[in-house]
Design a binder for this molecule. Structure first.
Ligand SMILES: [Zn+2]
Length: 65
């Protein structure tokens, strides 16, 4: 029962409270609302996985230092 990557299950959509997860494997992967993928949410924002991870990692580093 390991998540597919470090951010799985950590984020939820502000609109429908569905999990934010990887919705595409293209270009290293993209994150988006899984509710939107199922057609129950209007939040179509998608973000590059790498960008999201970099942002969170730098935030964590700031907290630790
Ligand atoms: Zn949503």
């Amino acid at each position: 029962m390991y998540p597919t990557h470090m951010l799985a299950g950590l984020m939820t959509c502000a609109s429908c409270e569905s999990t934010i997860g990887q919705i595409s494997g293209k270009g290293g992967g993209y994150f988006g609302c899984l509710g939107a993928k199922r057609g129950i949410c209007d939040n179509k924002v998608i973000v590059r996985r790498k960008l999201t991870e970099n942002l969170i990692i730098s935030e964590v580093n700031k907290q630790l230092s």
